[in-house]
Design a protein around this ligand. Structure first.
Ligand code: RB5
Length: 144
């Protein structure tokens, strides 16, 4: 069963718990890197834990959530093996896979409706990278 890595801060925690239920319904396993409550915390700790698991090959795919999505997304993208995409509608989630080969999807927990979040998760996990011209573009992302 494919395992999805999950991370959030306190602002993303409620949606992360909802995402776990959706993943179970869809037949995915998951590894939850925290946080584990709505108590205020610092998102980089959880973002780095998820990114490290992808960088070391333990996992291939992650979903991360903070209030706006920005802080956790910025942190994840400091890791060279991570292409993390901030998604709030399924069309963007699809393009994050098709064009960017994103391996982490970030959602803004305080600014996304539940049905949109569920559609983003389903779309992100079921959309393939298109390759072709997009491969050269993602190859050029790392600072040389
Ligand atoms: C937490 O208040 C909030 O700053 C955080 O979840 C996130 O939105 C930061 O980018």
């Amino acid at each position: 069963m494919k395992k999805i890595g999950l991370a959030s801060d306190h602002a993303g925690y409620p949606l992360k718990e909802q995402v776990k239920e959706w993943l179970k319904e869809m037949g995915y396993d998951f590894v939850d890197f925290g946080t584990n409550s709505t108590e205020s915390c610092n998102y980089p700790e959880f973002a780095h834990a998820l990114a490290n698991a992808i960088e070391n090959g333990e996992l291939t795919t992650g979903i991360a959530i903070c209030g706006t999505g920005n802080g956790i997304n910025m942190t994840l993208n400091h890791h060279t093996a991570i292409r993390s995409a901030l998604c709030w509608m399924p069309e963007i989630a699809a393009l994050a896979r098709q064009h960017n080969d994103a391996n982490v999807m970030v959602m803004p927990g305080r600014f996304i409706a539940t049905d949109s979040a569920k559609e983003c998760v389903t779309t992100f996990l079921n959309t393939a990278f298109e390759g072709g011209r997009h491969q050269a573009r993602i190859d050029a992302i790392p600072v040389k």
